[in-house]
Design a protein around this ligand. Structure first.
Ligand SMILES: Cc1cc2nc3c(=O)[nH]c(=O)nc-3n(C[C@H](O)[C@H](O)[C@H](O)COP(=O)(O)O)c2cc1C
Length: 201
């Protein structure tokens, strides 16, 4: 059975534009592939704690030395990692907030970047350990930045996900959503691209 992980990072949860576009893609995929199981990770509904020194100390402590609190910290991170390890396809709804990725998504990334588990250093440099998966990013933005120096998300996401071994990334941009003259056209275009993508999977 193929597992599909949907990471929602809109503060508006299912009502966010990124979540709604992702829902259309997922519904098309589920119609086509009844064998897909869908796991939803909603970062607004289930907030991830910001990484702190206690978390990092817990990650680095030897398993046998961990206190019960440290074991709980590691178990939480392990569960997030297991979820993404099991997924063959990862769909990320990615709003642009104040020129960055949502802080909830950064908190999630900080919990899944674990040396020896999701990446490791070798004599040839870093190696990502989440390999062989496909990622689709649905980026929703009030303005229009794709392809310009003001696009703070695309390189960051590519670098971070690539570091973990997630290099097969398809981007769908829905931009200009706060610009009345662009919104409708931008959403129609994004939906067409998502349907075409679903037809190819
Ligand atoms: C707190 C906040 C900050 C935002 N910052 C930006 C921004 O820096 N640039 C931009 O183009 N749009 C910005 N927007 C508009 C969002 O990118 C746009 O509404 C998008 O649809 C959000 O995706 P969502 O509906 O999935 O949450 C911001 C919206 C909010 C709520």
């Amino acid at each position: 059975m193929k597992q599909l992980l949907h990471i929602k990072s809109s503060i508006f949860s299912a009502y966010g534009q990124s979540s709604q576009l992702a829902a259309e893609l997922l519904s098309a995929l589920q119609d086509k592939h009844s064998e897909f199981t869908l796991i939803e990770r909603d970062l607004a509904q289930q907030p991830i704690p910001h990484l702190n020194a206690e978390h990092v100390q817990a990650f680095f402590a030897a398993e046998s030395d961990r206190t019960p609190e440290q074991q709980a910290v590691v178990a939480f991170s392990d569960a997030l990692i297991a979820e993404i390890q099991q997924a063959e396809l990862i769909v990320i709804g990615l709003p642009l907030y104040n020129f960055g990725i949502p802080s909830t998504l950064k908190a999630y990334f900080d919990q899944i970047a674990r040396a020896g588990i999701t990446f490791r250093y070798t004599e040839h440099g870093p190696e990502g350990l989440l390999q062989g998966k496909k990622v689709i990013i649905i980026a929703t933005r009030g303005g229009k930045y794709a392809g310009t120096a003001l696009d703070s998300q695309t390189d960051y996401m590519r670098n971070f996900l690539g570091f973990l071994g997630l290099t097969d990334i398809t981007w769908i941009y829905a931009e200009g959503l706060n610009m009345h003259e662009h919104k409708a056209e931008s959403l129609v275009l994004a939906k067409q691209q998502l349907q075409a993508l679903a037809a190819d999977i």
